[in-house]
Design a protein around this ligand. Structure first.
Ligand code: M6R
Length: 604
């Protein structure tokens, strides 16, 4: 994910671009840049890291005349987060910003290099500006050259391009990545990747369709659709409420974040899998030299994702793995041996207990790895090595998409280790990669599923407690389902291993005990089913989540018949998230900011 902005008009271009980028910073914050063309001259600034660095660099830059400007906040896909790789990218006399991926960039780059073009960055984006300038030399009409360039690109993009050849226009194209254009009361034009940067400036906005391209000038917005027919902008009134606009039409951030999981998982996979192997550019394989054990340490939801990792690391990579709750680990005088890789997991990177365990591990001389969603957070700054989860900013206090991306990273990491240690065959790795590619579609929320859960939720608003039960990897998922429900419904819920119920908790079984049973088809189905039958025989109210019909359940949520339990895991994850959400909504609770909780727990 990256964010792009653009502006054409007489107002303070620099401020408009920087303010817009601030709103989009959640989409990526490893570098940022702007390019402003005024009176035929370009000024361009770039900075690595958060936007404050760019603000600092541009503090003496004044924009008080008519100008066209473009800006970008980057989340690296091709090439490291350096200033050279930051957008906007320069040709001879044009600049481009881009969100998405140009799939045929390598081939275009090779052709351009053969023609003598020098590339400064490792990005896919830079080919756009060079290809444009190559076409411009042949066509003399900048818009025709732009149109020709767009037709030569494969992949997903939202592009803004400015050029001295037409110094009062911004060229744009959109295909697969979001972009809109807005106008203010003076008819100045603004571009952005989402509508929040435009709130407060624009009165009306046009959301581009895939395949749209064209240009804007001071007087006009010219749009062509994917069939090259000129179309009128379809303006809609822009909301003036930033908070509700940020929710993109969803009732709550949590709901939006559940729906976003498909996208953010795709982002998490991006550049990290080929057809045959898992690639972590951020990892040096030497990190695992001399390592006999992996110890994972975290709190809350991140702890649950660590538990899933322990199953995958041992199963796929045959590495001894242990998992610790950070607040316990800190004070129990743990044994820390040098042959242990110490891994902390945190959405925020600021959780005090987890941070402290990282410091302890470092002090004991252990190698450390951080799995985190927030770049530049305290944990990321402290660790030897970091893998970012790329979930984007998570606003709902109840974590959803962060968990989804953590599990995705752990799955990839277990395969990466399996490659290193040759514990899985080439063909098994290939099969697993195919499954990984299917996750974004497995977590897509189906309307019919959401509707069914909405309807069912009214039966689960009382009772003396919930048990979420599952076996193997579905046990951590049961823990996570119970935590979600507790956090936002304030109902008592426990996650339990299905096979453990008979060792005590089954004594609680009666019609007012609600059991949410995770029954995947591809993992220990018969065993889990027997455990649920024991509960239903004792009159507990059972809601089964399974692809297979189950007549002993009071309620049944049917999931898809996936070929593998990992895909079942991801779909059931969405089901338990939605169930908690809908119960909380019916109870009238504040879904996004539940009582007594905070998004980042920086106290112990
Ligand atoms: O930022 P972290 O992942 O370190 O946070 C850990 C927990 O505080 C967090 O997962 C908490 O349990 C969430 N509210 C769960 O939804």
């Amino acid at each position: 994910m990256c964010g792009i902005v653009g502006y054409i008009g007489k107002k303070n271009t620099k401020e408009i671009l920087l303010e817009g980028l601030k709103e989009l910073e959640y989409r990526g914050y490893d570098s940022a840049g702007i390019a402003v063309l005024s009176e035929g001259e370009f000024a361009s600034y770039k900075a690595v890291g958060k936007l404050v660095n760019l603000e600092e660099k541009t503090k003496d830059f004044i924009t008080d005349k008519f100008a066209v400007g473009i800006g970008h906040t980057r989340w690296a896909t091709h090439g490291k987060p350096t200033e050279l790789n930051a957008h906007p990218h320069l040709g001879e006399s044009s600049y481009v910003v881009h969100n998405g991926i140009i799939e045929n960039y390598a081939q275009l780059k090779k052709e351009l290099q053969n023609e003598g073009i020098t590339f400064l960055s490792q990005t896919d984006t830079e080919v756009i500006v060079h290809q444009f300038e190559k076409n411009l030399k042949k066509s003399e009409d900048a818009f025709q050259a732009f149109k020709q360039t767009i037709s030569e690109l494969d992949g997903a993009y939202a592009i803004l391009l400015v050029t001295k050849a037409e110094d009062k226009k911004i060229f744009f194209a959109k295909n697969g990545s979001p972009m809109l254009v807005g106008i203010d009361t003076d008819n100045d034009k603004y571009f952005a990747s989402s509508d929040t940067p435009l709130i407060g400036h624009c009165t009306d906005v046009n959301y581009f369709e895939d395949g749209d391209y064209g240009y804007v000038s001071a007087d006009e917005i010219v749009i062509f659709d994917k069939n090259h027919q000129q179309v009128e902008p379809k303006f809609k009134k822009l909301s003036t409420n930033k908070l509700s606009a940020q929710k993109d039409g969803y009732r709550f951030f949590m709901e939006k974040e559940i729906y976003e999981q498909s996208h953010v998982i795709a982002d998490t996979l991006l550049g990290r899998i080929s057809d045959t192997e898992v690639i972590f550019e951020e990892l040096d394989a030497k990190l695992f030299d001399g390592i006999a054990e992996i110890k994972l340490c975290a709190c809350g939801t991140s702890y649950h994702s660590a538990l899933t990792a322990s199953y995958m690391f041992e199963r796929y990579a045959k590495v001894k793995t242990s998992v610790e709750i950070a607040s316990e680990f800190r004070y129990r005088d743990p044994m820390m041996t040098q042959d242990t890789l110490f891994v902390v997991i945190s959405q925020s990177g600021e959780t005090a207990d987890t941070l402290e365990t990282l410091k302890m591990a470092k002090a004991a001389g252990l190698k450390t790895l951080v799995i985190c969603n927030v770049d530049n957070s305290s944990m990321v700054r402290l660790a030897n090595t970091t893998i970012l989860t790329r979930a984007g900013i998570e606003k709902g206090v109840a974590s959803t998409k962060a968990f989804a991306t953590q599990v995705t990273v752990f799955w990839m990491l277990s395969l990466y280790l399996a490659q290193l240690k040759s514990t899985l065959s080439q063909s098994a790795i290939k099969e697993q990669i195919e499954l990984l590619r299917a996750v974004p579609s497995a977590v897509k929320v189906q309307d019919s599923m959401h509707e069914r859960i909405k309807r069912l939720s009214k039966r689960y608003l009382h009772g003396h407690g919930f048990f979420f039960i599952g076996r193997d990897l579905f046990f951590p998922l049961a823990l996570e389902g119970a935590l979600k429900l507790k956090e936002i419904s304030y109902l008592h819920a426990e996650g339990y291993p299905s096979g453990e119920m008979k060792h005590g908790p089954i004594a609680l079984a009666d019609p007012e005990l609600f059991t949410i049973a995770l029954l995947p088809k591809n993992l220990l189905y018969e065993k889990s089913k027997s455990n649920v039958e024991e509960l239903s025989a004792r009159d507990a109210t059972v809601c089964a989540i399974s692809p297979l019909e189950f007549d002993k359940a009071d309620d049944f949520i049917q999931t898809k018949k996936h070929p593998n339990y990992m895909l079942e895991f991801f779909e059931m994850m969405v089901v338990v998230q939605l169930l908690s959400l809908e119960i909380s909504v019916r109870l009238g609770n504040d879904v996004d900011m539940p009582r007594n909780l905070a998004k980042s727990v920086t106290v112990e």
